[in-house]
Design a binder for this molecule. Sequence first.
Ligand code: NI
Length: 169
Amino acid sequence: MAIREILVVPNPVLKEVSAPVERVDDELRALMDDMLETMYAAPGIGLAAIQVGVPKRVIVMDIARDGEEKQPRFFANPEILWASEETAPYEEGCLSVPEIYDEVERPARVKIRYLDYRGETVEEDAEGLFAVCIQHEMDHLDGVLFIDHLSRLKREQAIKKVKKQAKAA
Ligand code: NI
């Protein structure tokens, strides 16, 4: 496994639409393993492949709380089969928009379908933080960042702040 570089805004690669994977094989699992290690090291709770510059529809996630046993999860070609009309706000952050947090409103519950680490098709209901995280990560696959859900002013401020941080680093 290897830690990869996480791209940050305004890197144009983050706006790319990722392509579906043909199959989950050892090569793809190696990418998933690298992504998980990169996410844990950041640290973060979710990461999409495009955030490490790979335009494939792949996501890794671990929403276990501090002190709980790790619960790594892998998603290839995730789709939303159903979303609740009820929405819920959550203060989101993103490894590609470091140090910026803001509230985004999304469907409170979703039903998803994806290929897991073994390439098996899984259908699953998501709510709470899992629902927030999978929708946030799936946005990345379509080149959408959580700041794209904010007002233009807030989005521009966020990008300016990240640029400033990068310069100071
Ligand atoms: Ni993100």
